[in-house]
Design a protein around this ligand. Structure first.
Ligand code: ZN
Length: 209
């Protein structure tokens, strides 16, 4: 099964990708996580894209195309792409790549959510200071982890200004991308303001068809 998840930041597509990996055994290709690792590891790619991501911009097409091509080189049977493709040019690059392998995408899920809800979700996002705890959003008491009582932190790129910039970039790039997949007959819209398990059930139901 070859899937793509498309949604603005805060739409929960990372969580859905994790569920698809855990329950259906798909290989996850999350370009956001790959880029964050590159930045933390101070690799060449990390140093090139770090300042861009900090401003709320996206990594250049050529860099993410290469990252994905590398991950797909061994022709994994099943995978879910999260955060890629983000632009029409990236979608064409992915089409070409799969075409060379004589295959194509099975489904592209668009997690739909209003801009207002995106900004609220992102600025509400918290994580526990203890990396092994996993506690976080939404706490009962401000900035204190419900699970362990330690302070909560806000990710550097989770401010409202950054959220709005990322949303603008998302809309600018996504309209043509969605049209491309709608024309190809693989686009499936899934409302993202539902509980996590409801969203997953809707995705799983669509996959059974
Ligand atoms: Zn905690």
């Amino acid at each position: 099964m070859r899937l793509v998840l498309i949604g603005p930041p805060g739409s929960g597509k990372g969580t859905q990708a994790e569920l698809l990996v855990a329950r259906l055994g798909l290989m996850s290709i999350g370009t956001g996580a790959i880029l964050r690792d590159a930045i933390a590891g101070r690799t060449d790619i990390g140093q090139a894209v770090g300042p861009l991501l900090e401003r709320g911009a996206y990594a250049p097409d050529a860099i993410v195309n290469d990252i994905v091509a590398e991950r797909l080189r061994d022709r994994p049977e099943s995978f879910v792409l999260d955060g890629y493709p983000r632009t029409y040019a990236q979608a064409i690059s992915l089409d070409d790549l799969l075409w060379q392998q004589l295959r194509k995408l099975d489904a592209v899920f668009h997690l739909t959510i209003s801009d207002y809800d995106v900004v609220r979700r992102i600025t509400d996002r918290r994580s526990c200071a203890n990396p092994n705890c996993g506690g976080g959003t939404p706490p009962k008491r401000a900035m204190i982890c419900d699970a362990c009582g330690l302070p909560l932190t806000v990710r550097d790129d989770d401010t409202e200004a950054t959220a709005r910039r990322r949303l603008l970039a998302f809309h600018k790039n996504t309209d043509r991308l969605l049209e491309h997949y709608r024309d190809a007959g693989v686009l499936i819209e899934v409302p993202a303001m539902e509980p996590v398990e409801t969203i997953y059930a809707n995705i799983a139901k669509a996959l059974r068809r």
